[in-house]
Design a protein around this ligand. Structure first.
Ligand SMILES: [Fe+2]
Length: 787
């Protein structure tokens, strides 16, 4: 019979220091009863940034494992380590925690450090809880013990040195009495203790270690300066030997995140002697010099595991990429990735990540989920993840903004490249954390966009360095890349290493890598295009607004922005697409995958009344190369699938006349942040030939740049207000797109799903107004059927 922890047994645990904080790997179990993994992970871990799969560190780049403990490298506030495996779910059943703390540095006043309990988001979901900087503090601050609202004396002599911090929770009625004690590490002598009763439910959620309890959680330079001026102190700590026990905890070792974080793969008919080529990337956390630098790939063939060798981890992107030619695409093949984590004591723990390389879909339609823009206010986007999983896609496409600069808090590090990469990686890890179970069993294509390289917008100018960053710190209106090329390349590697080989890998300016190319899968040919990597900067033209990229006045003649020599896709991609449009080997339908839509199908930006005539960030500009790209693609009869806008639209491009070219499906954001609307009727934009369904804001338009565009459907958002993140994401028009390619019927069926729905229940309200829609292949060259 399992026993709950009583006050007496808690004290006994403290007295003998035999708290065991581990359990089996078989799901939920009581920590106290199932010791299996060593309690103290860090004592065995080699020196490195990444703290291990049991933890989430805020922010990753401010922490390191050093000589067997976890050290904070920043004096900043709310640096924390969350346990991923232990959450308090039954507070009344009692718990104990202990940790050894050493103060490494103190400047000014001491804001304190120690445990934080009851850390939970409005979802109380363990991943979302990791980004909450609230809870009950149980630690030391300014030479005192602190426990919630209480404080008490701490024996002064040892305060700055190393000490043991112990916290227990014991039920008393509907409350839990917390007892905090500090003890000298060397002697075990008590340095003081405090008790405090709290409502049991207030303890629900994550438990964390915090270095610097200060509320400050901003990198806003002005605020930071102000805080320093008023003399706010900074402190940083080292933590070791963190133990958790008691039945209050749910212990789920399946919630570990890493060393192998996740994997992504692609499978494509290369139509070369290499045949079908399978490429797969495994991502690990950033490892140290004494850690293993390789990942192994094994596949199951005829019931037996077979090694396909190992691949080296890229020391910036922490991606190990496998390329396997002559893949048998006819059968589904289970795979297993193994990373052998070495420990300081000479032992090795293998970590596995498994999934299935699916057979090439043949003799049936190909079903693709198309996703974009995940703003982490709605992390971990569970409704979308669940719905995509329910749809069992053959292919998942992420068209950009896998991260935003705000991801996970603590701001961005722009330079130097090393810290900037670490700062990026932990944001990118949130993407994998949310979607890894979708990606493990289906091919994934993943394009980097502006926010992925810490820019509000991007006009890549072929890889040029941005020279205007000081005047444009958000990198929102200037041409070129703001980040060091090494960081940009790490971003590219994390996103596209597993893509089919690029068409022509010659890098761009600053040696920034390129990734345009093709994938042939399920009877469909996909062109993967970077529609902003070569694009001209708005600084090359003159608009009327305060920003170089916004046309604000309805009277402004946007024809003046179409100056000769401007670039959209660039010569290299245009040459590729010309060839691709004529090449029908191995497929019967085509689609172009890129970041954004080649039309200005948003009239309002940022706020409901934020009218903009034109946004130079859209693929509507520059007009001449926009038209040229569409003309190049006309013989391909390709559907253009894109994202970026946070506003789902279905539109048909026109060049010489309305409706003479391809259709564009801009998919809803996974979690829409910055809002946009397409409300041409509200601003009196003339239209012709409204579709038979008669919905507002549809029909043939000249967009703000004078481009011909036939808008068939739009999913305008509400203004998001709901306190619950998922309700708010739903209001803001979030969701995902789904495309069913039928290479026999030569059709594309397009679904645009909302956020808080079940796509399998058949309700019409699941989709934005106007969807689903079926388009025939030849409609992409203007042989129109829809009316
Ligand atoms: Fe976005």
């Amino acid at each position: 019979m399992k026993k709950s922890i009583t006050r007496r047994s808690a004290l006994k645990l403290f007295a003998t220091a035999t708290v065991v904080g581990a359990a089996s790997r078989t799901g939920t179990a009581s920590a106290a009863t199932q010791p299996a993994r060593p309690a103290d992970v860090w004592s065995r871990t080699h020196n490195r940034v990444w703290l291990g799969g049991e933890y989430w560190a805020n922010p990753m780049e401010d922490w390191q494992v050093a000589d067997g403990g976890a050290e904070c490298r920043s004096l900043g506030g709310n640096r924390s380590i969350h346990s991923l495996t232990h959450q308090i779910t039954h507070p009344a059943k009692g718990f104990t925690m202990s940790v050894r703390m050493t103060r490494l540095e103190l400047r000014g006043q001491d804001p304190g450090a120690g445990f934080r309990v009851g850390v939970r988001s409005e979802l109380n979901e363990y991943r979302s809880n990791c980004f909450v900087a609230r809870g009950l503090h149980a630690g030391v601050a300014d030479g005192q013990l602190v426990l919630g609202p209480k404080s008490g004396p701490l024996a002064a002599a040892t305060a700055p040195g190393s000490f043991e911090l112990l916290l227990s929770g014991v039920a008393r009625g509907s409350e839990v009495t917390l007892t905090l004690e500090a003890r000298a590490t060397a002697t075990g002598a008590s340095l003081g203790n405090l008790s405090h009763a709290v409502p049991a439910d207030s303890l629900l959620g994550n438990v964390a270690l915090v270095s610097n309890y200060a509320a400050e959680q901003t990198q806003n330079a002005a605020k930071k300066k102000a805080a320093q001026k008023v003399g706010q102190g900074g402190v940083r700590y080292r933590f070791a030997d963190w133990k958790m026990a008691g039945e209050a905890f749910a212990v789920r070792h399946t919630q570990r995140f890493g060393p192998i974080l996740w994997a992504m793969y692609s499978l494509s008919d290369s139509r070369t002697p290499d045949g079908w080529v399978m490429k797969l990337s495994a991502l690990t956390g950033p490892m140290g010099p004494n850690d293993s630098q390789v990942v192994e790939l094994h596949v199951q063939r005829d019931g037996a595991w077979q090694s396909l060798g190992e691949a080296k981890l890229d020391p910036d992107a922490w991606v190990a990429t496998f390329r396997v030619p002559r893949w048998n695409e006819k059968t589904a093949t289970p795979y297993k990735l193994v990373y052998r984590e070495k420990h300081r004591d000479g032992t090795v723990t293998p970590d596995e990540w498994t999934g299935t390389i699916q057979a090439n879909p043949a003799g049936r339609p190909l079903r693709m989920a198309a996703l974009t823009c995940q703003n982490d206010y709605a992390f971990p986007y569970e409704p979308v993840v669940r719905n995509v999983a329910r749809m069992r896609p053959d292919l998942a496409f992420f068209s950009g903004d896998q991260i935003y600069e705000s991801h996970g808090g603590f701001g961005i590090v722009r330079e130097p490249a090393g810290p900037a990469i670490l700062n990026y990686l932990r944001k990118f890890y949130q993407f994998g954390w949310a979607f890894r179970d979708v990606m493990r069993d289906c091919p994934t294509l993943c394009l980097p966009d502006d926010h992925d390289v810490f820019q509000g917008n991007i006009w890549g100018e072929g890889g040029a360095k941005m020279t205007n960053l000081a005047a444009d710190p958000g990198a929102s209106s200037s041409g070129g890349y703001a980040e060091p090329a090494r960081m940009v390349n790490a971003v590219h590697r994390t996103n596209v290493s597993h893509h089919p080989d690029p068409y022509d890998p010659t890098p761009g300016l600053q040696d920034i890598s390129v990734y345009f190319g093709e994938m042939v899968y399920g009877g469909v040919g996909f062109a993967i295009v970077a529609d902003r990597q070569w694009k001209s900067s708005p600084e090359r033209v003159k608009v009327d607004g305060p920003r170089a990229d916004h046309v604000v006045s309805p009277q402004f003649d946007t024809g003046t922005l179409d100056v000769p020599g401007l670039i959209l896709l660039g010569e290299r991609q245009e040459a590729f697409l010309k060839k691709w449009a004529q090449d029908w080997r191995g497929h019967a339908l085509k689609a172009v995958l890129s970041q954004t839509v080649f039309a200005a199908v948003a009239t309002h930006h940022g706020g409901y009344d934020g009218y903009l005539k034109g946004d130079l960030d859209s693929g509507a500009w520059p007009q001449t190369p926009r038209n040229r790209a569409i003309e190049i693609l006309r013989p391909a009869m390709a559907l253009h699938i894109n994202g970026d806008q946070h506003l789902t639209t279905l539109a048909q491009y026109g060049v010489g006349r309305q409706r003479d070219s391809m259709w564009s499906f801009c998919t809803p954001a996974i979690a829409a942040g910055y809002p946009r609307w397409w409300r041409p009727d509200d601003v009196g934009m003339p239209h012709a030939k409204r579709p038979r369904h008669g919905r507002p804001h549809t029909g043939e338009y000249l967009d703000g740049f004078g481009n011909k565009v036939y808008v068939y459907a739009v999913g305008n958002p509400e203004v998001g207000k709901a306190p619950n993140r998922y309700d708010r994401a739903h209001e803001k028009g979030s969701g995902f797109g789904f495309i069913t390619f039928d290479p026999v019927k030569k059709t594309y069926t397009l679904d645009s799903y909302r956020f808080l729905i079940d796509p399998t229940d058949g309700k019409a309200s699941n989709q934005f107004p106007g969807w689903p829609v079926t388009i025939h292949q030849a409609e992409n060259r203007g042989e129109n059927r829809l009316d």
